[in-house]
Design a protein around this ligand. Structure first.
Ligand SMILES: C[S@@+](CC[C@H](N)C(=O)[O-])C[C@H]1O[C@@H](n2cnc3c(N)ncnc32)[C@H](O)[C@@H]1O
Length: 258
């Protein structure tokens, strides 16, 4: 991999190239809590915003929903998913979650992980509004995103975290506090059903082992070790996550369309 490639690639794609499959801030643990709370069953038409490499998609498909639609902006990721997700009432659409081609009030459950954080607040709201549009009344929207803590974090600390995250993971990461995430959902007509939090330990060894399993962790470590440029970038990311470990967490929220 060339240095330029490593230096400009968004953090999640770099980690994914190293073999990391779980890329959401609260890890597998928070994903499983979110899915349990969403109560996905065989009666549900389900939409996932930004399935990425499909980690959660496969967990949801194992519940055999009536239909599954993944809305993924990245053509490369979508092509990989299309190869693996086939069958009746299963589809992957290359589209922006802020403007899907799906009809209004047509689905029961919508969820998305580690995708709102990378958008400015106006775009976050557009995506949330789209979830509200496609959901049937009473339907659930689940999110799993990067959080800021405590709820009354100073503006100064907030700016510091956002600035350093953007520089190191090469996306305009804009995490929010638990109350701010809730407010954005409420602004689009959602009622908050449940909020879960977890620590943000994406690059800590114990979380990697928990998320990826022992042997995949070895493989990821080997890939990082033999690639100097990737190692440098990943160490920088780890440093920022460590520096702000008391100001960042992972937030998952389940909201109901009224
Ligand atoms: C950090 S990855 C997370 C992927 C997956 N949800 C996960 O947790 O492993 C971010 C993904 O969001 C996708 N994405 C970002 N904004 C999007 C949007 N507006 N519509 C659809 N996909 C989007 C990107 O293409 C990328 O695959």
């Amino acid at each position: 991999m060339s240095n330029q490639y490593i230096d400009t690639r968004q953090g999640h794609w770099l980690l994914s190239k190293m073999g990391k499959k779980v890329l959401r801030p609260g890890g597998k643990e928070l994903t499983l809590k979110l899915l349990e709370g969403m109560e996905i069953s065989g009666k549900d038409d389900v939409v996932e915003f930004a399935p990425g490499i499909g980690f959660t998609a496969f967990k949801v498909l194992a519940k055999n929903p009536r239909s599954y639609t993944g809305i993924e902006l990245n053509k490369e990721a979508a092509a990989g998913l299309k190869r693996e997700i086939k069958g009746l009432n299963r589809q992957i659409i290359v589209a922006n979650a802020a403007a899907t081609p799906l009809p209004s009030s047509s689905v029961d459950k919508v969820y998305g992980e580690a995708m709102l954080t990378m958008h400015v607040d106006k775009r976050k709201s557009e995506i949330i509004r789209e979830a509200a549009r496609i959901l049937r009344p009473g339907g659930y929207y689940g999110i799993h995103e990067l959080g800021l803590t405590p709820d009354d974090i100073s503006e100064e600390n907030k700016d510091l975290v956002q600035r350093d995250l953007s520089t190191c993971i090469k996306v305009n990461a804009r995490p929010l506090t638990k109350s701010e995430w809730s407010q954005l959902l409420q602004n689009e007509g959602f009622e908050i059903i449940n909020i879960y939090t977890n620590s943000m330990l994406l690059l800590e060894t114990r979380r990697i082992i928990d998320d990826e399993g022992f042997f995949r962790t070895l493989k990821i470590s080997y890939n990082i070790l033999r690639d100097t440029s990737a190692r440098k970038r990943i160490n920088e990311m780890k440093c920022v996550f460590k520096k702000y470990k008391n100001l960042m967490n992972a937030v998952a929220i389940i909201a109901r369309k009224k």
